[in-house]
Design a protein around this ligand. Structure first.
Ligand code: AMP
Length: 384
């Protein structure tokens, strides 16, 4: 199989910031890009791409248009209609990562099954498709539980925390209400993990099966949304090595060609995989400045059948910029940039809704702690 070289066209499913940064990287390398946005026009990725197709993911004609102009299809999100993958395989256009990887990552039940089959530890869980199964799942699992919708959940959306059984735990008749509250859809009921840290590994796998990662990222979430990342994570050497091995194992087991993010909980020296995403990830944002080949360059290289670059990271940190920072208008960017080591990334989103990811700051320094201090100070200077 020969490599796709510039000026080949990378077809990107999704118009968000991850697609934007892939399109920017592809452009720098001389590739062209086409983006299927999901419906909106002038999306973060679409304004950077050569071609923006503003149509729903399930629009067969739009999917065909993307396939017709692309030499390879890749993803910047997974909760989508997979018609593009079908149209691509009909047309003989490679889809990287493949349909089965994206389908597994888009459904928490399929994901847990795939992870378990790969021999990867996950939190004890049950599937529940109706109130009776929900009651049975709650009865079978101990401790506080997290209920998650099997599909369409991200950033803590579609989740509900159920306290340990006790006076405040629901009586059986309330399971019907609880099931309804979560949308009367298939659920995953999983044990809450009393984690010490949350970490992730962004791993790239090439067409020849070569693997490269960026080390282990340490993440802090606020209200279910990633807030800050530092790299490398504060982990014992053998735990960090095990985290990287786990991510590689998942990538190999799923036969990923492209980039895969594996999010994990650390409990003592034990690792439990929470979820996977078959694409670059917010927690990998600092790789753009901290690595010779950041996560978007690795995605580009992998999906084009090129050798992977050097993903190893210098110590770095990232702070996310959410919509609430725009409460009093455009934040005063110059005060964040008064520290010359701060990198500002804005995604070009026009509506700064609360909780919406609008951009991020990164910094590379001698230690992750120093880098984190600087990105947090820069973000603080932007306002409350
Ligand atoms: P998710 O959408 O599954 O990535 O969940 C968002 C965040 O909720 C995670 O990053 C954790 O902070 C928290 N969370 C999700 N599942 C669990 C769990 N089983 N135990 C503890 N915290 C969890």
């Amino acid at each position: 199989m020969s490599a796709l070289t510039p000026p080949a066209v990378i077809g990107i499913v999704g118009g968000g910031q991850l697609g934007r940064m892939l399109a920017q990287t592809a452009q720098r390398h001389g590739y062209r890009t086409a983006v299927l946005t999901g419906g909106e026009e002038r999306t973060p990725a679409g304004v950077v791409a050569d071609i923006e197709i503003a149509a729903p993911f399930g629009d067969a004609a739009a999917a065909q248009r993307l396939v017709d102009c692309a030499d390879v299809i890749t993803w910047e999100l997974e909760n989508v209609d997979l018609g593009v993958a079908d149209a691509a395989s009909q047309a003989g256009v490679p889809v990287r990562p493949g349909r089965q990887v994206v389908a597994a990552a888009a459904d928490r039940a399929a994901e847990k099954r795939a992870l378990t089959a790969a021999g990867v530890p996950v939190a004890p869980y049950r599937e529940a498709a109706d109130p009776a199964e929900l009651a049975a799942a709650v009865a079978a699992l101990a401790g506080p539980l997290i209920l998650k919708t099997a599909r369409s959940g991200y950033d803590g959306k579609g989740q509900f925390r159920l306290p340990a059984r006790g006076p405040e735990a629901p009586r059986s008749e309330t399971f019907a209400e609880l099931f309804e509250r979560l949308g009367s859809v298939r659920l995953i009921v999983e044990q809450e993990v009393p984690f010490d840290r949350e970490v992730s590994v962004v791993v790239a796998r090439s067409l020849t099966g070569a693997i490269a990662d960026h080390g282990v990222m340490e993440n802090v979430h606020v209200d279910g949304i990633l807030d800050v990342t530092r790299v490398p994570a504060r982990l014992a050497g053998e735990v960090a090595a095990a985290a990287r091995d786990l991510a590689a194992r998942v990538a190999r087991h799923l036969d990923v060609v492209g980039v895969l993010c594996v999010e994990m909980f650390v409990v003592g020296s034990e690792l439990i995989v929470n979820e996977i995403a078959p694409r670059p990830h917010n927690s990998g944002h600092c790789t753009i400045e901290a690595a010779a080949a950041g996560q978007f360059e690795q995605q580009l290289r992998a999906v084009c059948g090129l050798p992977l670059g050097d993903g190893s990271c210098r110590p770095a940190a990232m702070a996310q910029l959410l919509g609430q920072l725009w409460a009093n208008g455009e934040p005063p960017w110059s005060v964040a940039l008064s520290d010359p080591g701060i990198h500002l990334h804005l995604y070009g989103k026009r509506e700064p809704r609360s909780g919406r990811k609008m951009g991020h700051l990164t910094c590379v320094d001698a230690t992750p702690g120093l880098a984190l201090k600087r990105v947090l100070a820069a973000r603080d200077r932007l306002g409350p």
